[in-house]
Design a binder for this molecule. Structure first.
Ligand SMILES: [Zn+2]
Length: 280
């Protein structure tokens, strides 16, 4: 399990039963009592300056390094109540990712291609929040365990939820869902590892060429990393032949999906690769 930075004061946990999460650090509400939520439009444009926001993101990162001897890569804005400067501040503090609820699914509203301000990548909370009301917990827990969890697994998306430790029922419900995930060994990769994979994948580039006479598809790949997988779509009616990576014979996984022949090639670590897929 890896920590996510969720504000500086916001997550201190000095309240009753160690519950925090009541305050807004980035968004300035007219009074501390007014709910300040960008989605409910109660915040307006009442945000702290970039420099003040960076003090919050810097402090959060330094505090976690001091407390846990671990420097987190993921930032989550308290109540998601931030603006463009929040992503800039988090990136300048050294965070590589931010996370927001699935109601702000990527592309993020302040970004393009899933990078807010072109700087920092969103890892959405695909499974969103945990209820704190026991009636809602009883209603939602079976849905989370039996429907949402398997669907996200089929999508190769993480089952990623977020909650403040509000009460014991909520805690027990989270443990039930975690135990269900353990049954199927779904604990890996961590959210950070998942993010780092997507970052590496974004940096990889592929150029491809087809020679219909030699019946060969050639792909040149830059910024290769171990485990990067290429999918080759063969011409209709073709069947897979040999695969060669950097001049050496290699394996592949071949599948027919909806009548389309596909060849999956998993690359070894390296900086560049030339992959040849022959077909018949
Ligand atoms: Zn919070």
């Amino acid at each position: 399990m890896l920590p996510i930075a969720h504000g500086y004061k916001h997550q201190v946990g000095i309240g009753q039963e160690d519950f925090s999460g009541g305050d807004y650090e980035i968004c300035l509400s007219p009074t501390d009592q007014v709910l300040c939520d960008t989605r409910a439009n109660t915040c307006g444009n009442n945000f702290r300056s970039l420099a003040e926001q960076k003090q919050v993101t810097d402090s959060a990162r330094a505090e976690m390094a001091a407390q846990f001897n671990y420097t987190p890569l993921i930032w989550e804005t308290p109540h998601y109540a931030g603006n463009q400067d929040t992503y800039r501040a988090a990136a300048e503090s050294g965070f590589q990712f931010f996370t927001e609820s699935d109601t702000m699914l990527y592309p993020n509203k302040f970004g393009y291609l899933n990078l807010a301000q072109g700087l920092i990548m969103n890892i959405p909370e695909t499974a969103f929040d945990f209820q704190d009301n026991p009636t809602l917990i009883a209603l939602m827990e079976p849905i989370k365990k039996d429907n949402i969890l398997p669907r996200l697994v089929r999508l190769n998306a993480p089952y990623y939820t977020f909650y403040h430790n509000t009460n014991f029922e909520q805690y027990k419900s989270l443990v039930n869902v975690i135990n269900k995930a353990r049954t199927y060994d779904l604990w890996y990769p961590s959210v950070e590892e998942f993010g780092l994979f997507w970052k590496s994948r974004d940096q990889a580039s592929v150029s491809a060429d087809v020679d219909p006479f030699l019946k060969k598809i050639t792909a040149g790949v830059n910024n290769v990393f171990e485990g990067l997988t290429l999918t080759f779509r063969l011409p209709d009616g073709a069947s897979p032949g040999t695969v060669v990576i950097n001049g050496s014979p290699a394996g592949s996984i071949n599948k027919m999906v909806g009548g389309v022949p596909l060849v999956y090639v998993v690359l070894p670590a390296g900086t560049a690769a030339v992959v040849e897929v022959n077909y018949k």
